[in-house]
Write a protein that binds this ligand. Sequence first.
Ligand code: ATP
Ligand code: MN
Length: 468
Amino acid sequence: MKRIKICDITAPELIGSEVDVMGWVRTRRGNKHVQFIALNDGSTVNNLQVVVDLTKFDDEQLKPITTGASLHVTGTLVASQGRGQSVEVQATAITVLGTADDTYPMQKKGHTLEFLREKAHLRLRTNLFGAIFRIRHHLAFAIHKFFNDHGFFYLNTPLITASDAEGAGDMFRVSTLDPDDLPRTEDGHVDYSRDFFGKHTSLTVSGQLEGELGATALGAIYTFGPTFRAENSNTPRHLAEFWMIEPEASFIDITDNMDLAEEFIKYCISYALEHCHDDIAYLDDYHMNKAKDTQESLIERIEGVLKESFVRLTYTEGIDILKASGRKFEFPVEWGVDLQSEHERYLVEEHFHRPVILTDYPRDIKAFYMKQNEDGKTVRAMDVLFPQIGEIIGGSEREADYDKLLAEIERRNIPMKDMWWYLETRKFGTVPHSGFGLGFERLILFVTGMANIRDVIAFPRTPGNAEF
Ligand code: ATP
Ligand code: MN
């Protein structure tokens, strides 16, 4: 079968030739002389118009051609007379591959996003979700391309881990023990030595610690995989299962790390602008129609981020700005508090009007492995804050000094027996090194302009929801 994809059909040399297309019916309209079928095959947001001359087809044949049905259409490709498309197909033969009756839920436009989330098995067939998931694909490809071109090796770190020391979030237990009949130790605790791995294990919250083992051997690595956090917070920016990109490189300090993060994120965004033009334009229209008021368009917001360099300032300077703002925040600001997304967004959207990299956070609100500053109070952390999103990247220069790292682990009472392998990176040939984690879905939120993280992953996992 010489099927042609709809994304390829505008090639000028095809005009006048016979083509075979397959796809799903979006709409059908017309009169008793001619019918127009909008066909979409998922390869592009643009529908193909199929023109059906009713002198060549009878009613019985056309009856099953309803919204959602799948078709194989053969016809002649011609330049279109109508508005909205450059070419159309004049059908000579139509085979209905699969019918869809009027219980098909994606009948009409204008369903709410909440409704579509409940129909996540079919929402991919809408133009909106088609656009989002094509963009997601291209961003994933851009990420691999960026790191490959910069000499970073793709390292796959384990999803099942026995260390719960990272502290990035609550973890999901992985066990084959029978919860109704748990083996117990003499003192009454669950005996995990009888579990599958012979110890207590969980799903990983970050691949970083293993990533550092790779970076201190291969020089520079990145991970790109699923990450799990049992955060019982129902926010538009948190998932229980999300995808994270974690580059880690030896011989770079926090400034190099910030440069890398900025170059990387700008690369991904411009790659999407270049390769997802139709989908981003579709989303731009979608948001404009919804917002009504004349706000900044999606494309303007995206281009705005590319134009200027990110502002870099310390956490302490950030706190001073927030305190001087006179703004009443839900969570009051004081040196030492962890920033909430309302604070992050104030700095980005109202104070600086561009992305911000905040550095040198108080050590007690950051992880144990971050490089300690001379002041004894702060660490060389760097968070990248974005408009609409808040934190999109969290990273740091890592503590490379064995004694300092060990002292910090002890100060925090992190169980040492789990950390011996990590400490050996500092014991043998330690080097300055840095890295960061980018939440993939948060990047997609920014590029698509969607507001809820549940709408940029195909089958979201959140508290109380593991459907599909
Ligand atoms: P937040 O403060 O927003 O909860 P975090 O500080 O816990 O994030 P990190 O541990 O620094 O996050 O993780 C690195 C990146 O992973 C974050 O910058 C963010 O982009 C993303 N991320 C973290 N938690 C989630 C989540 N539950 N769902 C989706 N993305 C997340
Ligand atoms: Mn963080």
